[in-house]
Design a protein around this ligand. Structure first.
Ligand SMILES: O=P(O)(O)OC[C@H]1O[C@](O)(CO)[C@@H](O)[C@@H]1O
Length: 431
């Protein structure tokens, strides 16, 4: 389901570099498997795949069905790991444009899934509230800590708005939070909101396969069971040291980090994978960026960004590595028509699929960037579907854990994110 091709990057290393690192990679891997590394109390994201809770998946599906029947809009409030995973999977797999509409009633067959609570823009929220007027709205407030300002403040503004419009408001608010702690949990029990638990041993950026991600994803109509079991399968496959693409990816990143490279670009050729890039950025940025270490994770969408950042990537400072995230097969290729003339000079492409052109663009980019001095590698997903995507999500989580251990950091904490909060609260006179 996932293949990692790193052969082009090897020309930037010495022949024995990878082999020489192997024992350290395996030691880092053992720290993950045997729970002996720093932060090993936060490995719940693996446990939940090793012992799948089918009843929970069914429960989430049932709630999602109710919401799909009742809501025009399902509004998810959350920030960081409390929204990026859901947004990524929905962008990758749900209908790209408006949800399909019932031809008789004109009503959408599924609610629109929208996101808020991931910034502090009043302009955005005002426009959102105006858009929600006269719509049937369900809200999912997602915060593990239950204290995150962006999310909780948005909910504070939304709560009276909902109360003024919906007599059954308690039914329309679903809270996803820590099962035992936090203001949001307390508020949910006082107000009678439905609750889903974020396991305490699963950090936000590792939580996409908990109710944090699964409920919004199910509401969007994606098959969460297949997504989840795609990850289960990958978790099983990556248990071994041998034939393990996540270890190869972690090793390669580490070797370039050690050689002074500063940045990793995750490059996609499908607009649908934009969100996976954003999710990956948090996963790697928060897991590795500490103690003055880590590759800065950045994302580019090709071919769009080949016409903007492409110049820098080709000829700018040589401090980056590039990882392509590619989809091998498209279910229904789009054929380029024969227009009967050559007015646009593109007749030579008639009859080919747009996917073929896109893959040639990838291949051309891979060659050009290698020639330009960029170590490139490619992660292949065989197709864009729930199973392979679940496998891909797990692949990255497994890889970042090993990669963090190789760097000598705790991949499961994020002490640095508190600094801006402290300064902001000081200015707001909370402390
Ligand atoms: O789910 P919470 O507690 O609101 O946190 C949201 C996000 O904020 C962070 O804690 C950073 O502040 C992330 O690690 C996390 O994903």
């Amino acid at each position: 389901m996932i293949r990692y091709d790193f052969s082009p990057a090897l020309s930037f290393l010495e022949a024995h570099d990878l082999d020489a690192l192997r024992p350290r990679v395996e030691a880092a891997h053992r720290m993950l498997l045997e729970r002996t590394g720093p932060g090993s109390e936060m490995l719940g994201w693996r446990d939940l795949l090793r012992e799948p809770d089918d009843a929970l998946l069914e429960d989430i599906d049932a709630t999602a069905s109710e919401i799909r029947e009742q809501a025009d809009v399902f509004l998810c409030l959350g920030i960081g790991g409390s929204y990026l995973g859901a947004q990524a999977v929905i962008e990758a797999l749900a209908p790209l444009f408006r949800p399909p509409v019932d031809t008789e009633t004109g009503r959408p067959l599924a609610p629109e899934v929208l996101f808020a609570g991931h910034h502090l823009s009043g302009g955005y929220l005002k426009a959102l509230l105006a858009y929600l007027e006269d719509k049937s709205v369900y809200v999912n407030v997602i915060s593990k800590s239950g204290t995150t300002l962006e999310t909780m403040l948005t909910f504070r503004i939304l709560r009276p708005w909902l109360e003024a419009r919906f007599p059954d408001v308690a039914r329309r608010i679903i809270v996803t939070t820590d099962p035992a702690r936090g203001r949001l949990r307390e508020m949910a029990s006082i107000c009678g909101y439905r609750r889903y638990a974020i396991p305490p041993d699963v950090g936000g950026r590792f939580s996409v396969l908990t109710p944090v991600g699964l409920l919004p994803i199910a509401v969007a109509g994606v098959d969460i069971r297949t997504l989840f079991y795609g990850a289960v399968e990958m978790c099983e496959r990556l248990k071994n040291h041998q034939d393990n693409p996540a270890l190869d990816y972690a090793a390669l990143r580490y070797l370039f980090h050690e050689r002074g490279y500063a940045l990793e670009l995750l490059a996609v050729f499908e607009p649908r994978l934009r969100g996976i890039g954003a999710w990956w950025q948090q996963l790697f940025g928060e897991s590795e960026g500490k103690a003055g270490k880590g590759l800065y994770p950045d994302t580019v969408q090709y071919t769009t960004d080949l016409h903007s950042l492409g110049q820098y990537v080709q000829e700018g400072r040589r401090h980056l590595i590039e990882t392509f995230l590619m989809v091998a097969r498209e279910p229904e290729p789009l054929t380029i028509p024969d227009t009967g003339d050559d007015l646009d000079g593109l007749a030579y492409l008639s009859g080919r699929s747009l996917q073929t052109v896109n893959h040639n663009a990838y291949e051309g980019t891979r060659r050009a960037h290698t020639d330009g001095g960029i170590p490139v590698s490619t992660i292949w997903m065989d197709r864009l579907a729930p199973g392979p995507l679940g496998a891909c999500l797990y692949f990255f989580m497994h890889a970042v854990a090993v990669s963090g251990y190789l760097l000598g950091v705790n991949p499961f904490d994020q002490p640095g994110v508190e600094a801006y909060k402290r300064e902001m609260y000081r200015l707001l006179r909370k402390i």
